[in-house]
Design a protein around this ligand. Sequence first.
Ligand code: A3P
Length: 331
Amino acid sequence: MAEVQGGNCSHNGVGDEGLVPKKRAGLWIPYRGCWLTPEAVKSVKLVEEQFQARSDDVLLVTYPKCGTTWLKALAFTVTNRRLHTVAGDDAHRHPLLARHPQDLVPYLEMPYRQLQQHPVAELEELASPRLLSTHLPVTLLPPSVLHLGCRVVYLCRNPKDVLVSLWHFINKVNQKYTIDKAFELFCKGETVYGPIWEHCLGFWNKAAVSSSESESDSRRTVLFLKYDEMMAQPVEHVKMLAEFLRVPFTDEEVSSGVVEDVVRLCSFDKLKSVPVNSSGVCDRIGGLPMENSSYFRAGKVGDWANHLTQEMANKLDAIVEEKLTGSGLTF
Ligand code: A3P
């Protein structure tokens, strides 16, 4: 896996204006069944036309606020652990202590690719095997990703926690995005990259097809993960992730505690405390600078209970249950 990938954002801030584009957030339009900003639509079209997948690419796919930052940290650390040891004398030089996890694995569609300074061709320069990420639903993935059968790690999360996390994130740049407004739009599926149930179902179904067609686990092309389960059993999930990424932990690594070291390094508390993550501002989206710390808020399962009424929770649960009926996917 290539050593360090992705953008090179300063964490020193972008000037006095702080978080700028209040007018941008919340303005989504439907594009082929998915709600996106107009800028994102242009970017997605460019990616669709220009991105050339390689058969050994691995894509980390998430609906926003499902734990992308965590998954990027874990996948990067697991795949690069021979180059960048997680414990011992060199551990203080680990890239996660110097770079925001978001910047170690680049997105396909962000920063928005219509911007001159972020052409799709940037991704061509990365050495194989590439670790890439995206929030795109399966229906908008570039055709070559599907044709070549690139491996996908999909991470989803309880929609109530996603709603609350997304609301906090967007509310930082758009104070008009109240929890009531966020709830109303989320229930209609009208949120960025939404509807969330379509997003999850697309990859859930793809995972089911992939495992029914594969004779062995090693040939599966989709690893479907849930944030809540990863939080409950991180060691088991990191082992599973390493197997899927074709860099399984050796018996020696397991007995010497390397898996636990990876879990600790990528834990919410550890990453939140790293200066590169706790200070500064960076524009990773395209015209939307955000504080680096905004990717590390509560990091809990069930925080929705502190922000949604029981009535709201029941309504959203009922909608999600109805949308997922018959699929076997539950939250
Ligand atoms: P909360 O807002 O509920 O705290 P994304 O990375 O997809 O933008 O998701 C952000 C969510 O993941 C936030 O959830 C954030 O706190 C949480 N998160 C970030 N890093 C994490 C980590 N290392 N472990 C667990 N959760 C993490």
